[in-house]
Design a protein around this ligand. Structure first.
Ligand code: GAR
Length: 200
């Protein structure tokens, strides 16, 4: 059974969606460890309630790589095959990326390469695009720049606020993150340059 390591910093609704699909047998893996850099993260509390192994690793005041070394050590200890960032609000060091080459996924609330970085939903609303969405991508050394695994488009309505738009995107995030994890775990995608192409 493949092992997932989840990294989160807050609410953890994407983590919960993944956990539900794991429990339902829709993702061929188990969640080996849930790590948070925020002790008060709701996602961490939910993981504990679910009986999953959890770990709080404070990031405050630490050099980026020193923190990442602690996280990588815990992920390796739990023999994690695929790392899933689920609202983990930190940029990973090159060290981290090298330790899990092409084995780290992230979910971003926009259609990359549009609106990378923070407050992607607000950026899209203010720009005035008519469609935005969400992206599951492989994490590389840039900010939201790695190869795209899958995406979903979401319309922007005239009366949308950041909150209503974010909620509509979040629904799709919960659906496609599990889809992206399955594609990776089942080896149903290969990389051609930047392009992730389905095989079989
Ligand atoms: C999600 O919308 C996720 O796409 C976003 O943070 C939220 C976390 O929600 N991530 C980023 O913006 C990463 N740049 P959650 O904690 O409920 O999953």
């Amino acid at each position: 059974m493949k092992k997932l390591g989840i990294l989160l910093s807050g609410r953890g609704s994407n983590f919960e969606a993944i956990a539900r699909n794991v429990q339902a047998g829709k993702i061929p893996a188990e969640i080996a460890i849930v790590i948070s850099n925020k002790e008060e993260a709701l996602g961490l509390a939910r993981a504990k309630e679910m009986g999953l192994a959890t770990c709080f690793i404070p990031s405050k005041g630490k050099e980026r790589e020193a923190f990442d070394r602690e996280v990588v050590a815990v992920l390796k200890e739990h023999k994690v095959d695929l790392v899933c960032l689920a609202g983990f609000m930190r940029i990973l060091s090159p060290y981290f990326i090298r330790e899990f080459p092409r084995r780290i996924l992230n979910i971003h609330p926009a259609l990359l390469p549009s609106f990378p970085g923070v407050e992607a939903q607000k950026q899209a609303l203010e720009y005035g695009v008519k469609f935005t969405g969400c992206t599951v991508h492989i994490v590389d050394e840039g900010v939201d720049t790695g190869p795209v695994v899958c995406q979903a488009a979401v319309p922007i309505l005239d009366d949308d606020t950041v909150e209503t738009l974010s909620a509509r995107i979040l629904k799709e995030e919960h659906r496609i993150y599990s889809e992206g994890i399955c594609l990776m775990l089942e080896g149903r995608v290969r990389i051609e340059g930047r392009r992730m192409v389905k095989v079989g």
